[in-house]
Design a protein around this ligand. Structure first.
Ligand code: SF4
Length: 227
């Protein structure tokens, strides 16, 4: 059985049917806006000192003052030095079942009194929910942490999801529940051989790029059609 891509797990977490269409169209690269936002994750020291006009010229998703405040809060965190100077960028991680790219790989330190495990980071091009991370990104972070653990032969208890458009970073711990969801989605992806059922979830279907091919009727379309 070939290795599953972490990006496919994330798609399947959002909607298995969307993954089916993405595979059919073979158009799965991130859009330019996402790449532009990801680039912010490698410029924090510069952005932290930037004025309003300079920040407004960047693809940030909050007001400049809030953005600088978020980066100041991040700079006070133990993670800061490793986030601004990761050991590796775009590290391809290959695990037992799954492979994927960690946009940043943060070094561990086994020699310290309080050992720090290495940590993979998924850099999102979007904005975070009020708390935690969106489920597809959580699944992706779990997949990357498991792949890194497999490569290094050691425990990696968490991954990180970074939202450079707002300047915040959120942890994803590998709890029993999250690992069970990961395994469930592995099975979903490995056995996908036809279009799965449509969702009944306007919040997911409205922004879906495969809505027309899928034929789902969202609430806005139904009201347009008077249904
Ligand atoms: S429109 Fe909805 S059901 Fe159809 S593929 Fe997209 S998210 Fe899935």
């Amino acid at each position: 059985m070939s290795l599953v891509a972490a990006s496919d797990l994330a798609r399947a977490a959002y909607c298995p049917r969307q993954l089916y269409y993405a595979r059919q169209s073979d158009d799965r690269g991130p859009p330019d806006e996402v790449e532009a936002r990801r680039d912010l994750a490698f410029r924090y020291p510069e952005l932290r000192g930037a004025n309003d006009a300079a920040l407004e010229s960047r693809p940030i998703a909050v007001e400049p003052a809030e953005y600088r405040g978020n980066l100041d809060a991040l700079a006070a965190d133990d993670l800061w030095d490793r986030l601004v100077d990761p050991t590796e960028r775009d590290a391809l991680l290959t695990g037992k079942d799954c492979r994927g790219v960690a946009h940043k790989l943060l070094a561990g330190d086994d020699g310290a009194d309080d050992p720090t495990p290495p940590t993979p980071v998924f850099v999102s091009g979007g904005v975070p929910p009020p708390e935690g991370v969106w489920e597809p990104q959580s699944v992706r972070a779990v997949a990357l942490a498991k792949a890194l653990a497999w490569e290094r032969g050691r425990e990696v208890p968490r991954g990180l999801v970074e939202y450079p458009a707002v300047g915040v970073v959120r942890p994803v711990r590998l709890t029993t529940r999250k690992k069970a969801r990961y395994r469930e989605l592995l099975w979903t992806v490995e056995t996908l051989d036809g279009p799965p059922p449509r969702l009944d979830d306007d919040t997911k279907c409205e922004p879906c790029e495969y809505r027309e091919a899928c034929g789902v009727r969202t609430r806005s379309l139904k009201s347009l059609l008077g249904l």
